[in-house]
Design a binder for this molecule. Structure first.
Ligand code: 3PG
Length: 209
C-alpha cells in the first residue's frame, strides 16, 4: 500500500483549511481531533499557511499536509515545515516525482481520463478528483473508476455533510475532502467549538467514529 493510501486508510475525511493566522493552528487542530478528525490539509493560499503547518507538525496522532502545492518550491517549503502529505489542484509530474522520491504522500488533482492515465503512468495509486461537484460528482468518479481498476479517487470541491457518506460508499473512494467542517470564517472567528461539533457530525455521518 502506498504512503498515500496508508494515510487515507486512517483518515476518510480530509479537512481543507484556509487559515489567516498561524496562531489559530493549535486550537484548530485540537478542535478537529476532539471531533474525531486526525489530519488537516493546510492550504498555501494564505501567507499564514506554512507557519500554521510548522506550528502543528509532529503532533502525535495528527497528520498535517499542505494544500495548493503549485510548484517544487511550494513542495520543498511545505516539506521543510513538516507537511507529511501534499495536495495540488492539478497534476504536476515534478511534484509527484519529488513526493515519490521522498516517500511523502501526494494527492494531485485530476479531472479527465487523460489526466488519470497520466497519474497512473507516474506510479500513483490515488488521485484527487477536483472540483468534484462541478465535474459530476460520484457518477463521474464511478465512470472513471471503471477502467482504472484499483485506483483511488478523493473527491474535493463541493463535498459536504450531506454527500460525504454517499461518496464513501464507492469502493474507489478511500476518503473525501472539503472545507465544510472548518471554514475560513469559522477559523477567523475562533469558533472552535463549532468546528469540533461539525467535525464530530461529519465523522458520525461517514460511520468512522
Ligand atoms: C478547495 O478547493 O478549497 C477544496 O477543494 C475544498 O472545496 P470546498 O470548499 O467546496 O469543500
Amino acid at each position: 500500500m502506498s504512503v498515500t493510501r496508508s494515510l487515507l486508510a486512517g483518515n476518510p475525511l480530509v479537512p481543507v483549511i484556509v487559515i489567516d493566522d498561524a496562531a489559530h493552528a493549535p486550537e484548530l487542530m485540537a478542535a478537529l481531533a476532539a471531533g474525531g478528525i486526525h489530519c488537516a490539509e493546510i492550504t498555501l493560499r494564505t501567507s499564514a499557511g506554512l507557519a500554521a503547518i510548522s506550528a502543528i507538525a509532529g503532533t502525535p496522532n495528527f497528520s498535517v499536509g499542505a494544500g495548493t502545492v503549485l510548484s517544487l518550491d511550494d513542495f520543498n517549503r511545505a516539506a521543510d515545515a513538516g507537511a507529511t502529505f501534499m495536495v495540488s489542484p492539478g497534476l504536476d509530474p515534478v511534484i509527484v516525482a519529488a513526493a515519490l522520491e521522498r516517500g511523502i504522500a501526494v494527492l494531485p488533482g485530476v479531472a479527465t481520463g487523460t489526466e488519470v492515465q497520466h497519474a497512473v503512468r507516474l506510479g500513483l495509486d490515488t488521485v484527487k478528483f477536483f472540483p468534484a461537484g462541478q465535474l459530476g460528482g460520484l457518477p463521474m468518479i464511478a465512470a472513471l473508476a471503471a477502467p482504472f481498476i484499483g485506483l483511488g479517487f478523493v473527491p474535493s470541491g463541493g463535498v459536504s455533510a450531506s454527500n460525504a457518506a454517499e461518496y464513501l460508499t464507492h469502493d474507489a473512494v478511500p476518503a473525501v475532502s472539503g472545507s465544510w467542517m472548518a471554514t475560513r470564517a469559522l477559523i477567523q472567528n475562533r469558533q472552535f467549538d463549532e468546528i469540533e461539533s461539525l467535525s464530530r457530525a461529519a465523522i458520525d455521518a461517514v460511520g468512522a467514529a
